[in-house]
Write a protein that binds this ligand. Structure first.
Ligand code: PLP
Length: 378
């Protein structure tokens, strides 16, 4: 619980981070991976801050995943290394990737198409350095990657391994389809299927004389890992620190799908009542989609978020800076919500909400400790 006095000093909407929950979530994931015997390469995309990166890496500043080059540069500038840019190589960014590869001990890129490999071949690195490449494989997960069953997948892996100036570091699979699950059993079925298809692919590579690492992930699958995941080299979850705000800071979405409990969700959005609309049985709050994002539309019975301590209220609609709140049933008692009343929203998806804010207010033991400044851009 954040102290009311500390909250009242903040201008809304504001992103609030519960540091104690972030740390708890991070430690649980580290322990889980240690127990399983698999290396944790945490993803930075949820928070994009130095402070949280230090918590997730235990201060090592090594072995991270990023989703933008802005993140990669930000972390590189601050002494991080062994960075995997896990986004299929955008051709407009090859030069920036080359600069990072020439500057860091280990900067790794991702690709899923021979044309991307050709881009790397055409831009040899200085000082005899190698491009470090992960191949993105789609194990029926439904986004980027060469489909595991497509013969082109093995062909591409072989081509990466055989191209001068390029090294095949690993095979990267992201089971984002675990977000469609409801409950631990369904999450584990996706984790098992993805792990098994990945390991089968690694066996086929081995038969061709190619050995490299393997990594799968997502917060839901790594929050409830299956035993077979121990045979992978790495896992790469990120949301767990906020859980919704970290998969060790869990969010409402995570809690809905069963990867964490609501108590693990480590982020809130502070908002205030700014209008009474009795003709519509609604309140207006000062948080619209610019403070929360539209992610999760229609997926919660309470609308776009949960309003902490008000289970009968629903955030039913938003425009850029306004939110419309109405009761799930009955008429609003406006005397309970004078203008200026503070509310805290538990966001549906912490990654989508955090990225709407240029600073985060960090609380520990209910008290405001300071601010974190995330990096932004591409
Ligand atoms: C490529 C990739 N790797 C890892 C992750 C981390 O997964 P999660 O957000 O479930 O922790 C994401 C999340 O979107 C991703 O896109």
């Amino acid at each position: 619980m954040m102290q009311e006095e500390a909250l009242s000093s903040l201008s809304s909407p504001a992103l609030l981070v519960d540091l104690d929950k972030v740390k708890r979530n991070a430690h649980r994931m580290m322990e889980r991976c240690d127990k399983l015997g698999v290396k944790l390469r945490p993803h930075m995309k949820t928070h994009k801050t130095l402070e949280c990166a230090d918590i997730m890496t235990g201060g090592s500043r090594r072995c991270i995943v990023v989703s933008t080059l802005a993140e990669a540069s930000f972390y590189a500038d601050n002494g991080f290394d062994d960075i995997l840019y896990a986004y299929c190589l955008p051709f407009d960014k090859v030069e920036r990737c080359a600069a990072l590869s020439e500057r860091l001990e280990l900067f790794q890129v991702l690709l899923d198409h021979p044309q991307a490999l050709e881009q790397l071949r055409k831009r040899p690195l200085s000082d005899g350095r190698q491009w470090h490449v992960w191949m993105k494989l789609d194990c029926s997960n439904g986004r980027a990657g060469v489909l595991y069953s497509n013969p082109e997948a093995l062909k591409l892996a072989k081509a990466i391994a055989e191209t001068d100036g390029v090294e095949l570091n690993g095979v990267y699979v992201h089971c984002g389809n675990s977000y469609n699950c409801r409950g631990v059993e369904e999450i584990q079925a996706v984790a098992k299927e993805t792990t098994s298809l990945t390991l089968q692919f690694m066996e086929k590579l081995k038969a061709l004389g190619i050995t490299c690492k393997s990594s799968i992930g997502s917060t839901p699958s790594c929050s409830h890992p299956v035993e077979d995941m121990a045979q992978l080299s790495e896992v790469h979850p990120g949301n767990y620190t906020f859980y919704g705000a970290v998969t060790l800071l869990s969010d409402v979405q995570q809690s809905v799908i069963g990867s964490c409990s609501l108590d693990d969700v480590a982020v809130r959005v502070l908002t205030r009542v700014i209008g009474h609309c009795p003709h519509r049985n609604q309140l207006l709050i000062d948080c619209g989609w610019a403070g929360l994002s539209l992610d999760g539309a229609g997926k919660l019975p309470t609308g776009y978020a949960m309003i902490e301590g008000h289970p009968n209220l629903k955030l039913s609609a938003m425009t850029q800076e306004h939110g419309k709140v109405e009761p799930i049933s009955g008429l609003l008692d406006y005397s309970k919500y004078p203008l200026g009343t503070m509310m805290t929203l538990i966001p549906y998806h912490s990654c989508a909400t955090a990225v709407m804010h240029s600073e985060y207010y960090v609380f520990s033991d209910g008290r405001l400790q300071g601010k974190w400044k995330p990096t932004r851009g591409w």
